[in-house]
Design a protein. Structure first.
Length: 248
C-alpha cells in the first residue's frame, strides 16, 4: 500500500554473474527473432500517429552555431552521424532552423550524442497527453506472480516526424547541417507522443496483462501457462506493428 504524496519507483534487478543468454534458448521468445534485431532495419513504417512539432504563432526559425567540441567528441560525432545517415534516420538539411549538438556520458563511459533543443522547446506548444501514474501501475500488478519486461530498441527512432515539421528538427555540426526524419531525444513532446503510440498499439491488453510506460512494456500474469499466452499476444503485436525490441 502506498501513502498519498509519497514517491514511487519501478526497479528491476539483473544478475550479471550468469552467462549471457541466447535468444534461441528462451522459450516463446525464440520464435520471434525478427522482433529482437541487433539493429533497427531502417526508417519505420507509417503509423497511426506522426510526431508533430507545433510552435507558437509568428515564431521565427531559431538557429544556433555549433558548440566547440573536444577531439574525442568530434570522432564520436562523425561515427554517430554516419550511423544515423546509414539508417536513414537523418538527412542533409537546408532548413533555416538549427540546434547545436552536445554529448552526455552514459553509465558505461560511452558518449551519447544529443541535440540541444532547449530554444526550440521554449516555443513549442506542449502536448498535454497524460503519462500514467506510477501508483496506478502498481495497483494493476496485484495478484500477478509472473512478469516479463520488454524494452524497445531505440524506441524514439521508431516513430516518424510529420513531413512539414522535419525542418524544425534540424541541427548544425562541424560536419554539416542535418535534420531528423524520426523522433529525436530532447524534443519536449517526445515522451508523451510515444506514450500515445504505445497506448494505441496495446489498447486491447491494457489493464488486463500489459503495462506500458513510454518505450517499456511489462507483461504480468497469475501463472506461467497464462503468461506464455500473454507473451505470445504481445510479441505478435510487436511483429504486426513492426516495432522492435532489445534482447539482453
Amino acid at each position: 500500500m502506498m501513502r498519498k504524496g509519497c514517491h514511487a519507483y519501478l526497479a528491476y534487478v539483473v544478475d550479471k554473474t550468469k552467462e549471457e543468454t541466447n535468444i534461441d534458448d528462451v522459450r516463446v521468445v525464440c520464435k520471434y527473432p525478427d522482433v529482437f534485431p541487433k539493429d533497427l532495419p531502417g526508417l519505420p513504417p507509417d503509423r497511426e500517429i506522426e510526431f508533430v512539432i507545433e510552435v507558437e504563432p509568428d515564431t521565427k526559425p531559431i538557429s544556433i552555431p555549433p558548440y566547440r567540441r573536444a577531439p574525442a567528441e568530434l570522432n564520436e560525432l562523425k561515427t554517430q552521424l554516419q550511423e544515423l545517415l546509414d539508417n536513414s534516420f537523418i538527412r542533409p538539411s537546408h532548413s533555416p532552423w538549427g540546434a547545436p549538438v552536445l554529448f552526455v556520458k552514459k553509465k558505461d563511459g560511452t558518449l551519447r550524442m544529443c541535440i540541444d533543443y532547449r530554444q526550440l522547446n521554449k516555443v513549442t506548444i506542449k502536448n498535454r497527453y497524460p503519462l500514467p501514474r506510477i501508483d496506478d501501475l502498481f495497483d494493476q500488478l496485484r495478484g500477478a506472480t509472473v512478469f516479463s519486461k520488454i524494452d524497445l530498441r531505440s524506441g524514439y527512432h521508431q516513430l516518424k516526424i510529420k513531413e512539414d515539421d522535419i525542418p524544425k528538427s534540424a541541427f548544425r555540426t562541424r560536419y554539416g547541417h542535418f535534420e531528423f526524419l524520426v523522433m529525436s531525444f530532447g524534443l519536449t513532446n517526445a515522451p508523451v507522443a510515444f506514450m500515445d503510440l504505445m497506448n494505441r498499439v496495446f489498447h486491447k491488453y491494457l489493464d488486463r496483462f500489459v503495462i506500458v510506460f513510454i518505450d517499456d512494456i511489462l507483461i504480468y500474469s497469475k501463472s506461467e501457462e497464462e503468461h506464455e499466452e500473454h507473451l505470445i499476444l504481445v510479441l505478435e503485436t510487436l511483429r504486426e506493428k513492426q516495432l522492435y525490441a532489445k534482447f539482453f
